[in-house]
Design a protein around this ligand. Structure first.
Ligand code: URA
Length: 442
């Protein structure tokens, strides 16, 4: 059996067998495997078998760190040392109505923390920041490294997409995991997220780990295990990490869909926006300001965020970013300029009562069915379609009152029953549940 040149130790089948039988892979073995995957000497079927072995056997923190660093080093690693200040990014594990990055990045940058943010596209029932930004006509997310770094220096924030050269091992492995039922593995999720974030050249990261029906992690226990793993591996890689566990049972805010969500995010910068969205954004912002070293205490961080909203600097920062990346900056203060589909279908309550629950996953899948998301990676999306939640959990509704408004291009009526089915109307007012469940930091 052929032995790979860098491995003095074992062939790929031997490495797979070692992990399958519960053994620990060495740093060299892991690096060798990842390098082989990128150069083609380890095949997709071998990597799929390894992913399944990791799925069942797990990895130690040392193995997860080795996998993360090997995937980081599989492509370019940005050098941001020429950018002054502690560079902080924020990443979410994905949710429905999660437009936090769009208001958070300019807001925190306005407080003096440089934000190099590299985001993704929608995945399954969850939306993606790049798709939402592209709801702004002309907005360019394909920034070259030079342009990304120069904008970061000039404006203090750049919002881009993952290039083919950033953590390419993750790009391939993620696509493989997606079709081999190996996504929900803590070491694989940890290394996937952190390899990309470390390749960005950040100093610190705030993670929003979503918990609940509309998230990858369905239980508090699993989300906590993932958060601990991310903090541990991030620290081993020399980065400061804070993870917030936030609830994702019902959609965040009132808007789902690309232009809908961008509009709502800008409403927050204009002093409006729904309470739950503001709560999560501010909680993440406080941690970013502390990690960025511009505030020592939570109270100081909160005061800085409030001031940036009050004095308009958060809006000016968002306008500067939109302008630099090719969009019309007027959309920030006039978000109604964003194109939203004209046709509407209103979903109404079938009975009187309290809205006790809204299934975020069903709402996310309905948005995908409207055309706001993809069912295949190469699919085009419609940025103008979406869903407005008219009655959030805790709202009292009478029979016939609006629950949601569908903004569509012709298929709204067909999708309306699915959206209606996502709402639960009960006889009792539901208890308020906190959006922020736990903060894990170091
Ligand atoms: N997001 C990622 O980037 N990777 C995962 O494995 C899961 C969510």
């Amino acid at each position: 059996m052929a032995r790979r040149k860098t491995s003095l130790l074992a062939s790929t089948p031997e490495l797979i067998a070692k992990k399958r039988d519960g053994g620990r892979l060495s740093e060299e073995e892991i690096r060798c495997l990842v390098e082989g995957y990128v150069d083609g000497s380890v095949t997709d079927y071998q990597m799929a078998a390894m992913a399944m072995a990791i799925f069942f056997q797990g990895m130690t923190p040392a193995e997860t760190t080795a996998l993360t660093l090997a995937m980081r080093d599989s492509g370019d690693v940005l050098d941001l040392r020429s950018v002054k200040g502690t560079k902080v990014d924020k990443h979410s594990t994905g949710g429905v109505g999660d437009k936090v990055s769009l208001c958070l990045a300019p807001w925190v940058a306005a407080c003096g923390v440089p934000i190099p943010m590299i985001s993704g596209r929608g995945l399954g029932h969850t939306g993606g920041t790049l798709d939402k930004l592209e709801a702004i006509e002309g907005f360019d997310v394909d920034l070259s490294v030079r342009r990304f770094v120069s904008q970061l220096k000039r404006i203090g924030c750049a919002l881009g997409g993952q290039t083919a050269r950033l953590a390419p091992a993750d790009k391939r492995l993620y696509a493989l995991r997606d079709v081999t039922a190996t996504v929900e593995s803590i070491p694989l999720i940890t290394s996937s997220i952190l390899s990309k974030k470390l390749a960005e050249g950040i100093d610190a990261l705030v993670m929003d780990v979503k918990v609940g029906r509309g998230a990858f992690m369905k239980t508090h226990e699993d989300a906590r295990a993932l958060a601990r793993s991310i903090v541990r591996v991030g620290n081993r890689a020399g980065k400061k990490i804070t993870c917030l566990l936030t609830r994702m049972d019902a959609p965040l805010g009132r808007e789902v869909g690309n232009a809908n969500e961008t509009r709502e995010a800008f409403e927050v910068l204009n002093g409006g926006g729904p309470e739950d969205l503001i709560e999560v954004t501010v909680a993440l912002g406080i941690e970013m300001l502390r990690l960025g070293g511009v505030a020592k205490t939570r109270a100081q961080a909160r005061a800085k965020l409030d001031a940036a909203l009050r004095d308009g600097s958060a809006i000016r920062k968002a306008e500067a970013i939109v302008k630099a990346q090719g969009g019309d900056p007027r959309v920030v203060t006039e978000p109604d300029r964003l194109t939203i589909a004209k046709k509407k279908v209103v979903v109404r309550a079938a009975k009187t009562g309290w809205v006790t629950d809204i299934d975020a996953r069903e709402i996310g899948l309905s948005a995908v069915a409207l055309g706001a998301g993809r069912t295949r990676a190469d699919q085009a999306i419609d940025h103008s379609v979406g869903i407005t939640i008219d009655a959030k959990p805790g709202a009292r509704v009478a029979k016939g009152d609006p629950l949601a408004t569908i903004h569509h291009k012709g298929n709204g009526k067909r999708i309306a029953p699915r959206i209606a089915g996502a709402f639960v109307i009960g006889r009792r007012r539901p208890k308020e549940t906190p959006r922020i469940i736990e903060i894990i930091r170091r």
